[in-house]
Design a protein around this ligand. Structure first.
Ligand SMILES: Cc1cc2nc3c(=O)[nH]c(=O)nc-3n(C[C@H](O)[C@H](O)[C@H](O)COP(=O)(O)OP(=O)(O)OC[C@H]3O[C@@H](n4cnc5c(N)ncnc54)[C@H](O)[C@@H]3O)c2cc1C
Length: 291
C-alpha cells in the first residue's frame, strides 16, 4: 500500500490562523481541504509537504449566497453543496451541469470548489465552468486581499497565482440579466475525468450576443477558455451557424495531447462539437431565448 512521506499536521481555527501557519511553515507547507487530490499525490510521492494545514474547520469559508449582485461561494464549499444549491442552479445552471458529472458522491461530499481550482489539473471541470461565467477569485494573504479574474488564475498545469502564504477564500460570479449557461462533457465512464468538455455562458439582447464565455477542459485550451471563439461571437446573432463557426475556431486554437483518455484529434473534435452543444443549450436557457 502506498503511504505518504512523513509530515507534520496543523489544524487552522480561522482564516487568520491559517495565514499565520502558512507564514510560519513557509513554502514546504500545504493547505489541506477535501484532500481528494492532495492525499493521492502525497501517496504517490508527487507531493511531499513537510506540514499540512487542515482548513476543514473553517466553516466561515463554507457558504453560498447572493450578495451585491454576485453569486458568492466560500472556497470550502463542497462540490455536493454547490450541486444542491437552488440559487446557484437558478443563476448559473452551468455549475450544476458541471457538478453533476464531477466524480462520484464520495468525492463530491468531501472535495471543495477551492481545492479543485487550486489543484489546477488541466482536466478540471469547474475551472472551465468558472472561466465561462467569468468568475472572480478572492485571495487572502498576510498583506491583504486581492481579486483575480478566473482567466488569470491558472498559470499552467498544476500552477496558480495563489502564493504559498496565501489562501483562496471566495469565488464570485457577477449576475447580469439576459444570461444562459450550460456545460457538456464526454467521459469514458460515469464519474471519470473528461476526455473533453466545454461550458458556455451567453448574454443576449434579443437575438444578439452581447457577451459570451466559453470554457474548455482537458483539450489544452489556454486559461481553460476559447477567447478567439468568443471574439467571433460577440455582436453576432445567436444562431446555429454562428455557434458552428465558434466551435471550429475553439477547436483550431486548443492544443490537446493524446493520452490514456483519447487521441488528440478526437479531443479536438470534441472541443468543436461540445462548444456548439453548450452554446445551444445556453441559448435555450436564456429567459425567452430559443432552444
Ligand atoms: C476518484 C476521483 C475522481 C475525480 N473526478 C473528477 C472529475 O471528473 N472532474 C473534476 O473536475 N475533478 C475530479 N476529481 C477531482 C476532485 O474534484 C478534486 O480532487 C477535489 O475536489 C479537489 O478538492 P479538495 O478539496 O479535495 O482539494 P485538496 O486535495 O485538499 O487540495 C488540492 C490542492 O489545492 C490546495 N488548496 C485547497 N484549498 C485551497 C485554498 N482554499 N487555498 C489555497 N490552496 C488550496 C491544496 O494545498 C492542494 O495543493 C476527481 C477526484 C477523484 C479522487
Amino acid at each position: 500500500m502506498q503511504v505518504p512521506a512523513h509530515f507534520e499536521y496543523e489544524k487552522a481555527t480561522s482564516v487568520e490562523h491559517c495565514l499565520a501557519l502558512l507564514a510560519k511553515f513557509g513554502p514546504e507547507s500545504r493547505v489541506l481541504a477535501g484532500g481528494h487530490s492532495l492525499i493521492p499525490m502525497m501517496k504517490l510521492r508527487l507531493a511531499q509537504p513537510e506540514t499540512l494545514i487542515d482548513i476543514n474547520d473553517l466553516t466561515e469559508l463554507g457558504y453560498l449566497r447572493v450578495s451585491d449582485g454576485e453569486l458568492r461561494m466560500g472556497a470550502l464549499t463542497r462540490h455536493a453543496e454547490l450541486l444542491s444549491s437552488p440559487v446557484a442552479g437558478e443563476h448559473f445552471p452551468i455549475l450544476h451541469d458541471a457538478e453533476r458529472v464531477i466524480a462520484d458522491p464520495i468525492v463530491r461530499n468531501r472535495g471543495t470548489i477551492g481545492g479543485s481550482l487550486c489543484q489546477a489539473d488541466p482536466s478540471e471541470d469547474l475551472s472551465a465552468a468558472f472561466a465561462a461565467v467569468r468568475a472572480i477569485m478572492v485571495i487572502q494573504g498576510g498583506a491583504g486581499t486581492r481579486t483575480v479574474p478566473a482567466r488569470e488564475f491558472h498559470l499552467g498545469p498544476y500552477e496558480t497565482v495563489v502564493e504559498s502564504d496565501e489562501l483562496l477564500t471566495e469565488i464570485r460570479v457577477p449576475i447580469l440579466p439576459g444570461s444562459g449557461s450550460a456545460y457538456e462533457k464526454v467521459e469514458r465512464r460515469a464519474g471519470d475525468w473528461p476526455v473533453g468538455a466545454a461550458g458556455a455562458a451567453l448574454w443576449l439582447d434579443g437575438d444578439t450576443i452581447t457577451e459570451v464565455g466559453i470554457g474548455l477542459a482537458a483539450v489544452g485550451a489556454a486559461h481553460f477558455s476559447a477567447a478567439e471563439a468568443e471574439d467571433a461571437l460577440r455582436g453576432e446573432p445567436a444562431t446555429d451557424d454562428s455557434f458552428t463557426r465558434a466551435g471550429q475556431i475553439a477547436a483550431e486554437h486548443c492544443r490537446p495531447i493524446s493520452d490514456q483518455r483519447g487521441p488528440a484529434d478526437y479531443k479536438r473534435h470534441l472541443a468543436a462539437e461540445l462548444t456548439v452543444r453548450a452554446l445551444r443549450r445556453a441559448r435555450g436557457r436564456v429567459r425567452g431565448g430559443k432552444g
